[in-house]
Design a protein around this ligand. Structure first.
Ligand SMILES: [Zn+2]
Length: 414
């Protein structure tokens, strides 16, 4: 009973104004890391920070977009495309470009280009590259009609400012050809010193280590703007893993347990990559939690694994179905994919957000109020059961036969 209140307290703290959306490299993320470290410590885990250098894109102040006399609002009307965009300040004349327009390459030089429609087979990376080559000052690309533009913190080597603009804004702008545009995008690309939070619990045997992982970073604040609290993504996964750690710390496990709260997921899985490169013990298997509690019942869980037939994945599916939970095999690009790509048996658990839940992802609407705490509690229960059912011997044996099988196939195909 007491632990249930702990879970609510953890969730309230991780989604509180004090945590401010846990953006990697901020003092707010550090506050959360300190909290998680102290919790693991008090549970008897050997706990420590693991430094991680996180490449990321950051807004340093509020972006501005003004065309003629009309000012548009960041995140609502337009947003930065961090993976393709440089920061900078641009003034130039608007040039509206449609698919069949006949324009000479020199027409683009120094202009702010608006693409009010995406042609079929539109390739953003190629378009940006061509725009840079033609001397375009900045690029605005129509991008649907969301209530909020999703925030990303991916870095890249963009050369000019590149913005997504709302369809209705693009329509407005497309009647303003030749208008003077002022654009200020205070976007910085760089690396930030961050930390994974690790807790290690020795088991009866030292030759198998199961890692329970969840990223604690999210997207933070827009300077002078809205806050991204990241309740579903991924405060929910962190409190799930922490609650499971509380349950399991009371028992002597037959194998080592590593709890890892990872940083830098949002800008490219950097915490996971660092843990893979420098694990406190070789990682025998991983269970990663990313996003749980978006629906009122835990009736389906996403199993982010590349293929069935992995003994850990099979075990997970078996236990889910015992609880009447359907496992959906959906490949993801969360931390679990970093472990999978290194051949580590990995179960990636989370709810596949659908409908309304999907549209709140990476927006200011991903708040504590949008979560179902009962569903998270059910997730804790199921995860405890999965961990307790892991049989290192059986897992190793069937992994061994899988590897043998792979080798055989390999020889065969040669
Ligand atoms: Zn995310």
């Amino acid at each position: 009973m007491k632990d249930q209140f702990r879970l609510e307290y953890d969730l309230a703290f991780l989604t509180s104004p004090a945590a401010a959306g846990r953006l990697s490299g901020t003092k707010d993320a550090r506050k959360v890391a300190d909290y998680l470290l102290a919790e693991l410590d008090s549970l008897g885990f050997d706990s420590a920070f693991q430094p991680v250098t996180v490449p990321a894109a950051r807004l340093t102040s509020t972006p501005r977009l003004i065309a003629g006399t009309q000012a548009f609002s960041p995140r609502r009307d337009f947003a930065e495309l961090t993976a393709f965009s440089a920061g900078g300040r641009v003034t130039g004349q608007l040039l509206v470009v449609r698919e069949d327009d006949l324009l000479r390459p020199e027409d683009f030089n120094g202009r702010v280009i608006l693409l009010p429609e995406r042609p079929q087979g539109f390739n953003l990376a190629e378009t940006v590259k061509t725009a840079v080559e033609m001397g375009v000052a900045a690029l605005l690309v129509e991008h649907g009609e969301p209530e909020w533009f999703h925030k990303t913190v991916y870095t890249g080597n963009g050369r000019i400012p590149v913005l997504r603009v709302k369809k209705s804004v693009a329509e407005k702008l497309s009647n303003m050809n030749d208008a003077n545009v002022e654009l200020e995008l205070p976007l910085q690309h760089g690396t930030l010193p961050c930390n994974n939070v690790l807790g290690f619990l020795h088991g009866a045997s030292d030759d198998f280590t199961l890692a329970l992982t969840a990223h604690y970073d999210h997207l933070g604040d827009d300077p002078g703007g809205v806050r991204f609290l990241g309740a579903f993504d991924n405060a929910s996964g962190v409190v799930t893993v922490l609650s499971v750690a509380r349950e399991l710390a009371k028992e002597k496990m037959p194998f080592n347990l590593l709890v890892a709260f990872l940083t830098g997921e949002e800008s490219g899985l950097w915490g996971a990559k660092q843990l893979i490169a420098n694990p406190p013990a070789p990682l025998s298997a991983v269970i990663n939690l990313d996003g749980i509690g978006s629906e009122s019942k835990l009736n389906a869980l996403r199993l982010g694994h590349r293929q069935r037939g992995d003994p850990l994945a099979e075990l997970g599916e078996e236990i889910l179905s015992k609880h009447g939970i359907q496992g959906q095999w959906v490949g993801g690009s969360d931390d679990s994919s970093a472990f999978i790509s290194k051949g580590i048996p990995t179960l990636g658990l989370g709810q596949q957000p659908t409908g309304q839940a999907r549209s709140v992802m990476h927006t200011p609407l991903d708040t504590r109020e949008s979560l179902y705490i009962e569903t998270i509690r059910d997730g804790v229960e199921v995860l405890v059961e999965i961990v307790k059912t892991v049989d290192p011997k059986g897992l190793r044996r069937s992994l061994g036969s899988q590897i043998q099988l792979k080798e055989k196939n390999h020889v065969h195909t040669k």
